[in-house]
Design a protein around this ligand. Structure first.
Ligand SMILES: Cc1cc2nc3c(=O)[nH]c(=O)nc-3n(C[C@H](O)[C@H](O)[C@H](O)COP(=O)(O)OP(=O)(O)OC[C@H]3O[C@@H](n4cnc5c(N)ncnc54)[C@H](O)[C@@H]3O)c2cc1C
Length: 245
């Protein structure tokens, strides 16, 4: 683990914040979409965090939940500029473009902090060398939780936010809007095909399972380091036993 200095912090809501840190040379190069470990340096609590900044950027960025009784984030949410945090020096993870077969369109489907790895992917110029079109969907409960919306509006992507608990022009769960065809109609795009569309998924375990089951029932193959496929997924967090989402 490395000690890195917090260079900026931004709060979006009572539940979400993002922060940037220094990036020392000891942190190994990473691929857009990978995660590393984060700790506060004063006890042994370490948690996985997707890196939200692009591989070429001089700093690291993270997008975080605030779990009020969470062992890490009950304290991490109070960090300020100049504080030091622990950052793992070996980023890892399979939510990467290398694990996808070539295709025409890249779909990044996120809920909540599942947006984090896609922030790196859409800020990485390599993404646009591989795909003609990149679509990023982000589903949250309230409009306030649409973090990074301004930055995403400046990226060469189709940004498709949806909100579940407030009125919004694209309202509801993304799985429902995909199933009903509303997403494709809104974006004037054809429904997903194994020939043209490659899909990256990052959300709650239940959300990931729902989309994976749907894709696998339609001949989409899950991509791995050994065998690239039509879709890849990473959990945005781990559920505790007995929890529902
Ligand atoms: C591969 C991977 C990448 C991750 N990337 C991120 C990331 O970029 N940003 C981030 O905030 N978290 C991320 N997480 C979750 C993160 O590791 C921690 O769980 C989170 O920081 C909360 O830590 P905690 O110790 O405060 O609470 P924990 O004890 O870890 O979690 C308590 C409970 O809070 C809920 N919870 C935890 N994390 C989230 C979340 N992100 N969204 C909604 N509910 C949650 C779950 O129900 C969990 O059981 C990732 C997890 C994995 C496995």
């Amino acid at each position: 683990m490395n000690l890195e200095t917090v260079v900026s912090v931004r709060h979006y809501s009572d539940d979400l914040f993002s922060f940037q840190t220094t990036r020392s040379e000891d942190i190994r190069p990473f691929k857009a979409g990978q995660f590393t470990m984060i700790g506060m340096g004063d006890n042994d609590v370490l948690r996985a965090y997707s890196i939200a900044s692009a591989p070429s950027e001089p700093h690291l960025e993270f997008f975080s939940i605030k779990v009020q009784d969470g062992p890490l984030t009950s304290r991490l949410q109070h960090i300020r500029e100049g504080d030091q945090i622990e950052v793992g020096d070996r980023p890892a993870g399979t939510l990467i473009l290398d694990n996808l077969l070539p295709g025409k369109r890249l779909w990044c489907i996120a809920t909540g902090t599942g947006l984090a790895p896609f922030l790196s992917i859409v800020r990485d110029p390599a993404t646009f060398e591989r795909f003609e079109e990149v679509i990023l969907t982000h589903t949250v409960r309230t409009v306030q939780e649409l973090a990074f919306a301004e930055m995403l509006a400046t990226c060469p992507i189709r940004y498709y936010p949806t909100v579940t608990r407030e009125s919004f022009h694209t309202q509801g769960r993304i799985t429902e809007r995909l199933a009903s065809g509303a997403v494709f109609e809104d974006l004037s795009l054809p429904p997903w095909s194994v020939v043209d569309d490659r899909i990256m998924i990052c959300g709650s375990p239940a959300f990931n399972n729902e989309l994976r089951n749907d894709l696998q029932s339609r001949e989409f193959k899950h991509g791995t380091n050994r065998a690239p496929g039509h879709f890849v997924q990473e959990r945005a967090f781990v559920m505790q036993r007995g929890e529902q989402d």
